[in-house]
Design a protein around this ligand. Structure first.
Ligand code: NI
Length: 396
């Protein structure tokens, strides 16, 4: 099959893909709670006569097609939603207060099911195995790591893996990525400043965690500006301050939440070390105590294999035109697709979804985020071609 034909085939089932996407969009589920999502995926796989392993990684589904001989290629979608209250006016908006598919993982799942549908219909025409990863918990839960640990990349051994992510910064009909590090290594910061609370009229009888927190926040900003090589990239963001309730009471503690990012794991470890040192020492200087934690999983950077990006670029150019495929700069967002490309050659590609006509202009993780559904069949066609061409190349 040629890219142009894959696009036509995907376009033919576009309504089916969109219906699935909307059903998922109405019922967003957070990490490791993707019970209904997983059920829907299994229902569609059953309808298509595709075999799968489930559960894997708690709520994931690992489907595969092919003749079991020859090479093996994997395509990946993530399934989890975010704890964000949807503010769009789409008729299929989230029916669950405080939860939303604001990162487009509903689109990813629907696009991958579309690819499974097309590829299943061509099963006799290729030699090899295609695995479909429907993974849970991308948003901080490292579902990709769990999929890997539970053997998704083995039996048969995956030789190449591809993932797509919707990208509202780029118009529909375009794709992009880059060779090497594309997305950052990330960690979450949970910092508690403990002091001694009391009446705000007698500050000398307290150890003020509010003032101490302010000093810590300000001083942490010197890590990037004064300690990092100006040619390196890093982020230290404090994004939540929780503490105190009354105007005349100094609280006993303040909690700070944030995130640290770097383009290398080594860089991330250095940031973690320095944040801890600075917070603890400033707290001590003010008679308080800082408890620094990095909860959950530190995501590694997402590193694309150069050859795989060249390959994806060729597929994209053949399908969409060379002018619609871009080499992008690295971004400081994180992705647990990184856990796969630590072990297997792969490429993470972003799929343009921006469409001003329908107000699809907001970034992912925004309560107004909208996906341009006209891009979904393109994602399906790309997945399809990534798999078929890879099997051809690997089997040759
Ligand atoms: Ni995402």
């Amino acid at each position: 099959m040629q890219p142009e034909q894959a696009k036509k085939e995907a376009k033919k089932i576009s309504d089916w893909i969109i219906d699935i996407r909307r059903e998922l969009h109405k019922h967003p589920e957070l990490m490791y709670e993707e019970v209904k999502t997983s059920e829907l995926v299994r229902r569609e796989l059953d309808n298509l006569g595709i075999q799968y392993q489930s559960p894997i990684a708690k709520t994931g589904v690992l489907a595969s097609i092919g003749n079991g001989n020859g090479p093996c290629v994997a395509l990946r979608a993530d399934m989890d939603a975010l704890p964000i209250h949807e503010e769009t006016d789409v008729p299929f908006r989230s029916e669950i207060d405080g939860k939303m598919h604001a990162c487009g993982h509903d689109c990813h799942t629907a696009m991958l099911l579309g690819a499974a549908k097309i590829l299943k219909s061509k099963e006799t025409e290729f030699n090899g195995t295609i695995k479909f990863f429907f993974q849970p918990a991308e948003e901080g839960g490292a579902g990709g790591k769990l999929m890997r640990e539970e053997g998704a990349l083995e039996n048969p051994t995956v030789e190449r893996i591809f993932g797509l992510h919707v990208w509202p910064q780029m118009p529909t009909g375009q794709i992009g990525s880059r060779e090497g590090t594309f997305l950052a290594a990330t960690t979450f910061l949970d910092l508690t400043v403990k002091g001694v609370g009391g009446h705000a009229a007698v500050p000398h009888l307290t150890k003020d965690p509010v003032l101490t927190s302010a000093q810590i926040i300000t001083n942490l900003q010197s890590i990037i500006s004064r300690e990092l090589d100006p040619l390196d990239s890093g982020v230290v963001s404090i994004s939540a301050i929780q503490g105190g309730q009354a105007a005349n009471v100094i609280p006993p503690e303040v909690k700070l939440l944030g995130t640290l990012r770097s383009l290398t794991m080594d860089g991330l470890k250095k940031l973690q070390k320095r944040v801890k040192q600075i917070a603890e020492n400033i707290a001590e200087a003010h008679g308080c105590e800082a408890i620094v934690k990095y909860p959950g999983n530190d995501y590694p950077p997402t590193v694309n294999d150069g050859e795989m990006w060249d390959f994806a670029k060729k597929v994209g150019s053949d399908m969409l035109g060379e002018e619609n495929v871009s080499d992008l700069d690295a971004v400081m967002g994180g992705e647990d697709f990184a856990y796969y490309t630590e072990k297997v050659k792969g490429c993470f590609v972003v799929l343009g979804m921006q469409n001003e006509k329908i107000d699809a202009v907001y970034s992912v993780h925004h309560p107004m985020f909208k996906a341009d559904e006209d891009a979904l069949h393109i994602g399906t066609a790309l997945h399809t071609m990534f798999a078929l061409r890879s099997l051809e190349e690997l089997g040759a």
